[in-house]
Design a protein around this ligand. Structure first.
Ligand SMILES: [Zn+2]
Length: 415
C-alpha cells in the first residue's frame, strides 16, 4: 500500500535507531534470544486457561521483582503488573501480553523441538509476549536506557473466548493515567492492528406463560415462535461491506424432549455482531432490537391474550474504534517494522486486547509475536519458529521507546 511516514516521525525514529544505547539494546535482544525462548518454554508449561491464570501471574510478578521493577503486584482482576520507572516527564506506556490460553487445565504441556520449531499448546499465543517482556526489561537495563515516561509491563487475564478482554478492560478502566499501549499478540512481524472491531454478543430470552400444546392453544402466545420470528427478521438484515460489519445468530434454545407437547414458557437466542465502525455497529444494534421488538409484538398480536416479553444478557460488549492511519504510534510502528527489514501492513480491524484502549480513545497498537503459521488455538500444532525471531521484541522495544521517549535522545512521538 501507499504509505509515507511523515518527516517529523521519520526523523524521530532515525534519532532513536541512531542512538548507541538503542543499538546496544537491539543487539542484546538478539543475543538474549535463546534465553528468551527457554523462558517461553518455561512459561508455556504453566497451565493458564482463561479464568485460571493465577500461577502465571505469580510467575510473572516473581520475574518482574527479580528484574527490579517497581510497584509489582497482581491487581483485583488478576493481572500481573510491574513498572520500569522513567524520569517522570513523558507518557506512561503499557507493554502487554495476555496470560491466558485456550487450553483446559488437563491439556498436556510437553514442549518438543524439531530443530526449527518449538511445539506446545500455547507456546505462541500469548506466551511469546510474556517471555519477550522479560527479555525487553533485561535489554533496557543492559543498555542503561532511561525513558522519559514509565513503562508498565503487563500480563493480562481473560483475553480469550468468554474472557472477553476482561483483564484489559479492568486494567484500563482503573488506570486512567495510561497514555498509550503496545500489545504483542498474534502472527507475523509485519501486521499493525490499529483498530478495534466492535463486538457485541448477547443472549435474548423471550418470555411467555407456557402451557399445553393442545389445551392452551389460542389462549397464550408462543415465545419460541417469537424467537423464530426474530431470527427470520435478523436473517434478512443488510450490513455494509466496508467498514466490515457482520452478524450471526449462533444459538437457539427452547423446549425439552419431556415437554415435546408444550408451548414453552421461554426461548432464547444468542447473537454475535461486529463492526469496524462505531456508527455501523450502533446502527446494526438498533436494527437487531427493532427485529426483536417487532417479533414480540407480532407474536403477542397473533393471539391477543398475553404479552411476549424479552430480557437481555450481555457476554461481550467491545467498542469499535480506530487510530488514524497516520497516528504517531502507527507511524512509529510502521518505521520500526521497516527498519527491521520487513514490509509493514495495516490490518483492518481485529479483536485483540488493543480494542479496549482504542475503544476508550487511547493510542494503542497490536503487533505480532509469532512467525507465519503458528497454528494458535490448535493444541496439536501450535508452534513457535525459533529462527531469527528476536525481531519481535526488537520491534516492541523501538515502538515503546518512541512512545515513552528516551532521556537525552528523543522525546515521545505521541502528541
Ligand atoms: Zn492471543
Amino acid at each position: 500500500m501507499d504509505y509515507t511516514v511523515s518527516e517529523k516521525r521519520a526523523a524521530a525514529m532515525a534519532a532513536i535507531t541512531g542512538s548507541e544505547k538503542v543499538q546496544k539494546a537491539l543487539e542484546f535482544l538478539k543475543a538474549d534470544h535463546e534465553r528468551c525462548v527457554r523462558e517461553q518454554v518455561t512459561i508455556a508449561k504453566i497451565a493458564s486457561p482463561t479464568f485460571h491464570e493465577e500461577k502465571r501471574a505469580a510467575y510473572m510478578t516473581e520475574q518482574f521483582r527479580a528484574l527490579g521493577l517497581s510497584d509489582v503486584h497482581i491487581d483485583a482482576a488478576g493481572n500481573a503488573i510491574g513498572v520500569r520507572k522513567g524520569k517522570g516527564n513523558g507518557p506512561k506506556v503499557v507493554i502487554d501480553g495476555h496470560m491466558d490460553t485456550v487450553y483446559s487445565l488437563d491439556t498436556p504441556l510437553e514442549p518438543t523441538f524439531d530443530g526449527e520449531y518449538v511445539y506446545c499448546p500455547g507456546i505462541v499465543d500469548d506466551t511469546r509476549a510474556l517471555a519477550a517482556e522479560l527479555s525487553l526489561i533485561r535489554a533496557l537495563d543492559a543498555a542503561d536506557i532511561e525513558t522519559d515516561g514509565d513503562l508498565v509491563f503487563l500480563g493480562t487475564v481473560q483475553e480469550e473466548g468468554i474472557g472477553a478482554f476482561g483483564g484489559a478492560a479492568a486494567f484500563f478502566g482503573e488506570n486512567k493515567d495510561i497514555d498509550a499501549s503496545i500489545h504483542m499478540d498474534g502472527c507475523g512481524a509485519e501486521g499493525i492492528i490499529y483498530q478495534s472491531t466492535g463486538i457485541k454478543t448477547l443472549k435474548i430470552t423471550f418470555h411467555g406463560i407456557g402451557g399445553h400444546a393442545y389445551m392452551a392453544f389460542g389462549e397464550i402466545a408462543n415465545p419460541l415462535h417469537a424467537a423464530a420470528r426474530a431470527v427470520a427478521k435478523i436473517a434478512d438484515l443488510k450490513v455494509p461491506d466496508y467498514p466490515k460489519t457482520t452478524f450471526a445468530v449462533s444459538n437457539f434454545h427452547a423446549g425439552t424432549d419431556a415437554a415435546i407437547h408444550a408451548i414453552v414458557p421461554e426461548a432464547s437466542i444468542k447473537i454475535n455482531y461486529r463492526s469496524n465502525g462505531a456508527a455501523e455497529l450502533e446502527a446494526l444494534d438498533k436494527e437487531i432490537f427493532r427485529c426483536i421488538e417487532e417479533a414480540c409484538a407480532e407474536e403477542t398480536a397473533r393471539w391477543g391474550k398475553d404479552t411476549i416479553t424479552y430480557s437481555v444478557e450481555t457476554y461481550f460488549d467491545v467498542k469499535a474504534g480506530s487510530l488514524g492511519e497516520h497516528d504517531p504510534l502507527v507511524e512509529a510502528t510502521w518505521s520500526a517494522i521497516e527498519y527491521l527489514g520487513n514490509k509493514p501492513r495495516l490490518v483492518e480491524g481485529g479483536p485483540t486486547n488493543a480494542s479496549i484502549p482504542i475503544g476508550m480513545g487511547l493510542p494503542a497498537v497490536c503487533i505480532g509475536d509469532g512467525g507465519p503459521d503458528v497454528f494458535a488455538h490448535n493444541a496439536a500444532k501450535e508452534r513457535f519458529p525459533v529462527k531469527d525471531t528476536w525481531q519481535m521484541p526488537q520491534l516492541t522495544l523501538m515502538v515503546a521507546l518512541a512512545a515513552a521517549g528516551i532521556d537525552g535522545v528523543q522525546g515521545s512521538v505521541l502528541e
